[in-house]
Write a protein that binds this ligand. Structure first.
Ligand SMILES: NC(=O)c1ccc[n+]([C@@H]2O[C@H](COP(=O)([O-])OP(=O)(O)OC[C@H]3O[C@@H](n4cnc5c(N)ncnc54)[C@H](O)[C@@H]3O)[C@@H](O)[C@H]2O)c1
Ligand SMILES: O=C(O)C[C@@H](O)C(=O)O
Ligand SMILES: [K+]
Ligand SMILES: [Mn+2]
Length: 367
């Protein structure tokens, strides 16, 4: 029996609604496999935890998490309790950095039965590789002076190592897909880091003669996501550009509630972390209508990560069969609840298993 130990951190807001849903789905999918088991341990680290302890997670939190095969996280952030930069840097970004989850992969493609807001979305299927360790997200800077003289300084950090690592990851991914990498740049306006990013991209691309490349300024690229999403295969982007592009990717899929993500530790030293693109969705907390698909699709990425690609594809197929039959939460135009969509997915996983067993039995009967 392959046992995977998963640290569940539902976090804040709808994270608390979609993580339990996706966890149930993972239990069902493990049963379908037959030789796979998930052991979940839940941690209450969140903004509420902060109110009690003055930290988002305990001092030895990372030590604790290190022992797990993966981290399954919902969302972090509750502006009514804790400033967003404190909650994010106190947990989400802390884990990403300390566990060297240097790559954030975020697919965007159409799901059957989910209507894109685009009039003619064609059949887009892209993958954004977001540099996840540096860039515009830096703790280098400060605030000086007061009142009308007040100044905030925030320095971006672009290292050759991290830029190249994200780019190589993108090229390797493209080699298995549509053989095209687009680099998100802004070297017309950002005069040090972005020309550097372009230079590294050009150098790295020489090692991949079979992969086509292009480079687009982030503003134009954002527009192309809306006008020609089907033209993209893999997009490599800095931390902030990748962040923005993936909410846009989610939007053209139909909702940020369905977009998955994976924070990958590429050196194998620490666990990777799986958490959807969306945040805590303060406007719909407690209504029971959060879309669970982002978290469930993220679970599929976790299955892929553990080499269970076949099972992962089956899970996504089942999710698509459910959306295609009109089980939709309000964010994607339906009236179903989180529970109704989740229950339907689980029911179909169970039926899938039953059908597989019947097929096996009739094979045996034939023999
Ligand atoms: N990775 C993360 O944990 C993460 C990501 C984004 C934002 N945040 C945090 O979340 C809080 C809210 O941020 P925001 O409002 O900018 O972004 P958000 O993603 O939480 O919400 C944006 C919009 O999308 C909707 N939405 C999000 N998830 C949904 C779901 N599963 N089903 C249906 N609708 C969904 C929301 O209702 C809202 O209308 C902030 O504290 C922010 O810092 C955390
Ligand atoms: O800025 C971040 O990375 C937090 C959140 O917006 C995300 O996309 O994960
Ligand atoms: K999230
Ligand atoms: Mn984001």
């Amino acid at each position: 029996m392959k046992t995977l130990k998963i640290a569940n951190i539902p976090g804040d807001g709808v994270g608390k609604e979609v993580v339990p849903a996706a966890t149930e789905v993972l239990h069902a999918i493990a049963e379908l496999h037959g030789n796979l088991k998930f052991e979940f341990t839940e941690f209450p680290w969140s903004c509420e935890y902060y109110l009690e302890h003055n930290v988002m997670m305990p001092e030895d939190g990372l030590e604790t998490l290190k022992e797990f095969d993966a981290i399954f996280l919902g969302a972090v952030g509750n502006l009514e309790l804790v400033p967003d930069h404190v909650s994010l840097w106190g947990m989400l970004i802390k884990i990403r950095r300390e566990f060297e989850q240097v790559i954030n992969i975020r697919p965007a493609k159409l799901l059957k039965g989910v209507r894109s807001p685009l009039v003619n979305p064609k059949d887009f299927d892209m993958m954004v590789v977001r540099e996840n360790s540096e860039g515009e997200y830096s703790s280098i800077g400060g605030n000086i002076y007061k009142d009308e003289d007040e100044i905030a300084i925030q320095n971006a950090v672009f290292s050759r190592k991290a830029s190249e690592r994200a780019m190589r990851y993108a090229f390797d991914l493209a080699a298995k897909r549509g053989k095209h990498v687009t680099s998100a740049t802004k070297s017309n306006g950002i005069i040090y880091s972005m020309p550097f990013w372009d230079k590294v991209f050009k150098e790295v691309s020489k090692d991949y003669p079979d992969i086509k490349t292009d480079s687009q300024h982030i503003d134009a690229l954002a527009a192309f996501f809306v006008t020609h999403p089907d033209k993209f295969d893999v997009i490599v982007a800095s931390n902030l550009f990748g962040d923005i592009l993936t909410d846009l990717g989610a939007a053209i899929m139909g909702s940020v509630g369905i977009a998955p993500a994976a924070n990958i530790n590429v050196n194998g030293k620490y666990p990777s972390m799986f958490e959807p693109v969306h945040g805590s969705a303060p406007d719909i907390i407690g209504k029971g209508i959060a879309n669970p698909i982002g978290q469930i699709w993220t679970a599929k990425m976790m299955l892929d990560h553990f080499g269970e690609e076949e099972l992962g594809s089956t899970l996504l197929d089942i999710v698509e069969s459910v959306t295609n039959d009109g089980f939709l939460t309000p964010d994607i135009g339906g009236t179903n609840t989180t529970k109704e969509v989740t229950d339907e997915i689980i029911k179909r996983i169970k039926n899938y298993k039953a059908a597989a067993v019947t097929e096996e039995t009739s094979e045996v009967a034939k023999v």
